[in-house]
Each structure stands twice: as structure tokens, then as C-alpha cells.
Design a protein around this ligand. Sequence first.
Ligand code: FPP
Length: 246
Amino acid sequence: MALFKKRRKENNDEIKLENLNIPNHIGIIMDGNGRWAKRRGMPRTYGHKAGVDNLIELSKYANSIGVKYMTVYAFSTENWSRPKDEVSYLMYLLDSTFNRLIDTIEKDNIKMKIVGEKDKLSDQLLDVIKRMEEKTKNCTGMTLFIAFNYGSRQEIVHACKEIVNEGKEISIDEIQNHLYTKDGGDVDLLIRTSGEQRISNFMLWQISYSEIYTADTYWPDFNGDCLNKAILEYNKRDRRFGGLKK
Ligand code: FPP
């Protein structure tokens, strides 16, 4: 009976976070924008626009419940192989979103950082990224790492090259300290939306001991209640980090 009541409570989305352990660092593979749009008879770009709107809302929510770091996969190094129009739209979306938010963003107290290879990005995009990072650098709430033109294998190679250039020996600690997301440390909870169950070259180093949660929900619909469910599930996991059950 008690179990039945508890299940009902979860299904009613009445999840209380007070007694739950909030993950320090959450990674999200924001998948399903295209299918979300298709279901509505709309072009894929419409799904990406809804995806970015959801990202803004969910980031504010995550910050409000005490998440310290959130890394989201917005554009992978492999996404350049998508149709040219879609790639251009994703570039435009980052540019227009940052320009729209830049004057008001500080009140949300979220520190924004773009992580990934910067070489293929336009000067215009690099400029707005720089201004956004500058504007939010003293924010004390959550750090939002937006992985854009990001690939985890590339990130690890980049870290190793830097270590070698600094004349240091490669070690676990050195690699950790040269990752783009070094301040956030390991990812505690990795979420992938839209029912897919792949890692897709996302934070391979940082997810070594992550708990993995997949949701059937398409990214534009993955709201605060969905995040609460993921956190509740995370709290049920027995994290052993290679050790034995306590
Ligand atoms: C995967 O869905 C999503 C992406 C490749 C892009 C994610 C981008 C956003 C959430 C918005 C952009 C964010 C910024 C900050 C510019 P999909 O397109 O592969 O969907 P599908 O699997 O249903 O086709």
C-alpha cells in the first residue's frame, strides 16, 4: 500500500525536492527537436527554436533548485553534416538568442560559457559569445556550459596538447584540469531526451561515473517536472564509484 501511494505521488508530479540530493553537475543531450516539430507539421527549425526557449526556462529552474553546473549539447562537431540551412539556422539561433538576452541576463545570475572548438565559428558569433561570457562572468549562481561545435574526443585531444605544450606530464588530474568544463568536474547525472540511448561523443571523460537517465519526452517538452523526475530517479541510485555497497 505504501509503495502504491508513493508511485501515485510520483506520477502526479508532486515531487518534493527538499529531502533530495541535488546533483552538482547535470549534463543534458537535448534530443528530439526535429521530431517534436514534425509531429506538429512544422519544419525542424521550429523545433530548434522551441528547444532554445526550453533551454532558457529549464536553466532558470535548475539554477533555482541549486544545480551548480549544467552542460547542454547544442551543436556537435558532427552536426556540420546536417543540411546547410539547418546548420545556418542553429548558428543564427545562438547569435540571436544571445543578442536578445544580453542586456537582461545578469538578473538570472547564471554564468554562461560556450565550450567547444571555436575555429569554425564566425567572427560575429565569436563576438557575441565573448560579450555574453564577459557580461555573466561575475554571476554566482549556476554555470551553464553550452557545448557548441563540441566533441568530447576533440576536447580530450585538446587537453592533452595543452599539457604537452606546458611541458607537463599527462595524468588524470592534468587532463581533468584542461577540459573545457574543468570548473564543473565530473557530471553526476546525464540526461538524454527523446528516448534515444546513446552518448554521441558527449563529455566522455566527465561522465565516467555519471548516473544515466533517459526520458521519452522530446527536448522542447522537457520541463521542470521532468527534471524533478530525473532527480528523484538519481536519488534512488546507489553510487559506488567502483567500490562496494555501503
Ligand atoms: C537534437 O535534436 C538537437 C540538436 C542537434 C540541437 C540542439 C539545439 C537546441 C536545443 C537549440 C539550440 C541551442 C542553442 C543554444 C543555439 P534533433 O534535431 O536531432 O531532433 P531529432 O532527433 O528529432 O531529429
